[in-house]
Design a protein around this ligand. Structure first.
Ligand code: ATP
Length: 374
């Protein structure tokens, strides 16, 4: 959606100061969040971080302790779930076992007293690619197919927003991957807003346009998957979305728009714009780099690599072949378990446990985090 969130597009979901407290325990601290109309939005976080509570407040299944929920121009905070233009798909598909697939999908239409449902149900079954299965009962379908029925059933009344609460949690990994792409395709086709709750970072990254990473009842960072991965603002986000190879470093000086830091007996360089920590001289910064951004060189060949710009020496302690790439664990003076991924096509056969190596990477792939934030 190209709508300007600040103006509040006509179909945006807007949470303002919404929070939830149980007795003295705060599950969700008051938060402001705008989900643009037509986007695929993910609430991502570990168990207990408040993502389901947030989703349930949007659905109307949980009463907020404070704040408001708006859908476009409408304040829905005090509306019961069935009066909100939203629908929810749960992990437990909650299909009616005695009804066939057609009737499961038709249910929402029939309940509204609509008699001629055939065309709409058939279209919906086509959308989720279950046209052939219309007369089967839920137990005759696979888990992934049942979940697609649940999606079709939730979409039949044309909600403005579809809420998905860990919908793929019960599926095995391979099916999960297929369904991620499938849900993404369905969302693109119907064009409505999807808000998806998951604890699986890969799932959120695969599907969502925008991800809100939650921790301890707060949104820690909001952004596109690539932005969160490449520019994490907190150690929690950096570690939750992959391996960050954090190095404790001390700010040494500034040179142009770069910060020079000392770590052990080496120097690290980082663009100031990529540093989320204060940068006064002598201050501590955690410097991170993703494993696939690092070049790994056998120590015998490392003579040309300039000292003083993100060059670290170490020794390989473990390797593991992971298909397209190999993962190396390196004990270096600045980080005891440096992880590096190298594409197998570029692999040097001397890189085995015990080998002395040099790691180096570009300042452009380096990020700085506040060492004192937690
Ligand atoms: P999960 O993935 O495990 O569902 P979540 O991130 O979705 O986790 P929530 O279900 O939103 O987390 O719960 C947030 C916190 O609020 C948890 O610590 C939970 O124990 C607490 N909580 C949820 N419902 C209640 C309730 N009815 N009474 C008291 N505490 C609750």
């Amino acid at each position: 959606s190209s709508k300007n969130a600040a103006d509040g597009g006509s179909g945006d979901v807007r949470l303002s100061g919404i929070g939830k407290t149980y007795d003295s325990f705060t599950a969700v601290h008051p938060l402001d969040l705008t989900v643009p109309e037509g986007s695929f939005f993910a609430l991502l976080g570990a168990s207990g971080c408040g993502k389901t509570t947030t989703l349930r407040m949007i659905a109307g299944l949980e009463e907020p302790s404070c704040g408001s929920v708006r859908l476009g121009d409408q304040d829905v905070t005090n509306l019961p779930p069935y009066k909100r233009p939203v629908n929810t798909v749960f992990q437990s598909y909650a299909l009616f076992p005695h009804l066939d697939i057609f009737e499961n999908v038709a249910f929402g239409l029939r309940r509204r007293g609509i008699k001629s449902v055939k065309k709409q149900v058939e279209e919906m079954l086509e959308l989720v690619q279950l046209g052939e299965q219309a007369r089967k009962k839920p137990h005759q379908l696979s888990g992934g197919q049942q979940q697609r029925v649940a999606v079709a059933r939730a979409l039949i009344n044309h909600p403005k927003v579809l809420l998905l609460d860990e919908p793929l949690g019960a599926l095995d990994l391979k099916l999960r991957r297929q369904m991620q792409l499938e849900l993404k395709r369905i969302q693109t086709e119907v064009g409505i807003t999807f808000i998806h709750v998951t604890h699986d970072q890969e799932e959120a990254m695969t599907m969502a346009d925008t991800v809100a990473v939650m921790n301890g009842g707060r949104v820690e960072q909001l952004g596109s998957p690539t932005d969160l991965y490449e520019n994490p603002q907190t150690t929690f986000v950096a570690d939750f979305l992959g391996t960050s190879n954090l190095i404790e470093a001390e700010v040494d000086s500034k040179s142009g728009d770069e910060i020079v830091l000392t770590a052990g007996d080496g120097k690290l360089v980082l663009p100031e714009a990529r540093c989320a920590a204060p940068t006064r001289t002598g201050g501590k910064v955690l410097v991170g780099v993703r494993p696939e951004k690092i070049t790994l060189t056998h120590a015998d060949d490392a003579g040309e690599i300039p000292v003083g710009r993100n060059r670290v020496t170490g020794r390989i302690t473990a390797t593991s072949f992971i298909g397209v790439s190999t993962q190396y664990v390196i004990d270096s003076s600045v980080c005891p378990e440096f992880e590096v991924y190298v594409q197998n096509i570029d692999r040097d056969t001397r890189l085995v446990p015990g080998a002395d190596v040099v790691l180096h990477w570009s300042p452009a792939h380096t990020f700085g985090l506040d060492a004192a934030q937690d």
